[in-house]
Ligand binder design. Sequence first.
Ligand code: UGA
Length: 438
Amino acid sequence: MKNITAVGVGYVGLITGVCFADLGNKVVCVDINEERIENLKQGLMPIYEPGLEELVTRNMQAGRLSFTTSYAEALADAEFVFIAVGTPEGVDGEADLQYVRMAARSIAEAMEHPLIIVNKSTVPVGTGDWVADIIREYRNNSVDFDVVSNPEFLREGAAISDFMYPDRVVLGSLNRDAAEKVAQLYLPLRATIMITDLRTAEMIKYASNAFLATRISFINEISNICEALGADVKEVATGMGYDQRIGHAFLDAGVGYGGSCFPKDVKALAYMAEIRGRHPQLLRAVMEINHYQRRAVVRKLEDALGGLRDKRIGLLGLAFKPNTDDMRESPSIHVARMLQSAGAHVRAYDPVAMKAAARMAPDVELAQDPYSLAEGCDALIVVTEWNEFKNLDLARIRDLMARPVLIDGRNIYDPATMKELGFYYRGVGRGYEDQGTQ
Ligand code: UGA
């Protein structure tokens, strides 16, 4: 049992805190947001993540997990402090580090015994050294500390199992002993643990996200070529994936990647390269293709309807991917804006992101379920591949719509079935699709 503090009860901090508590450690989560902390004490989660609420309740009841807004209280017994605060996108794609700075400063001002400070926030390469500088600047004593970088590879919607069954744990530090102490915390997971220097660990995070985003943009580019040549990208990706050197993951063509990580991290990596005089040509192309995928869906709709002015368009899905209510950088927001600026009326339905939608896309009308969404619509667009959309009563949907036009931005339906049902249907990269019926 170790004493651990997690700074920030956003996505990463809360998952890290509750999972370490579940592994038998004593964890205090600290955040400056009083409302969030109060809610957590009452068992109200700030985010939607499958399994999270149950795990938080169980560990609070067992006395291993607590929440506070006081750094002094949070650090009183801590041996390890995980910084897991947000690093939103700043000007020019540069990461905005104000929250990391505030967290480091608050730790420095409250620390009274040696600490290992572990940075989990995704920060520009070299930030580990900078956190150490801030601690030195603001501590009131000469208490010893070490900084370890521990990038996180959690996916929203699967974060708890990603924490418990990681492909690898990466730890970077200038002091190997400190990294090895952090490694001990992860031993129960029986995962591969890799220890590097600080900057290399930070770079592993960016390179991993950029590579996954590159795979998505690659398959999206192939999907466009498939459309031109009459091939089916879904089968192309499956055929490629059987090659063990390639694998099947992250080869789903669609409206492109979104979320709080890929868009921001690819941009930030390109920025870091550019300000040092490098030319991140591939990263630029990855971003350009991703943007194009949003436009392509809207263009398909325009072709189908012969213009968008005054058309009623329904979006199936708002979250940037299934099993989350997160709409940050979601393709749905970009698509909705493009449609609205072309004069269309946009409505939407999402199984869990409706609350987020009211905040992030207030001008999009919300429907209570897929069927009321379809009612009177000139077209539907699948933006998020929620399971509940895969088994809709499509004949009923067709009958409710003003025109049976469906643009499938996630390739969840079978083109032949859709045609049989009488839909004008377009997926992404499914070049063999017959020309539509309407
Ligand atoms: C991503 C990484 O997968 C995590 O390893 C990393 O820890 C996290 O970013 C982060 O940096 O915090 P996440 O953003 O939760 O996780 O979501 P992903 O499952 O990776 O999906 C990202 C986007 O790519 C989604 O919009 C998804 O729809 C899209 N995607 C994914 C595709 O368009 N095609 C695919 O084949 C896979």
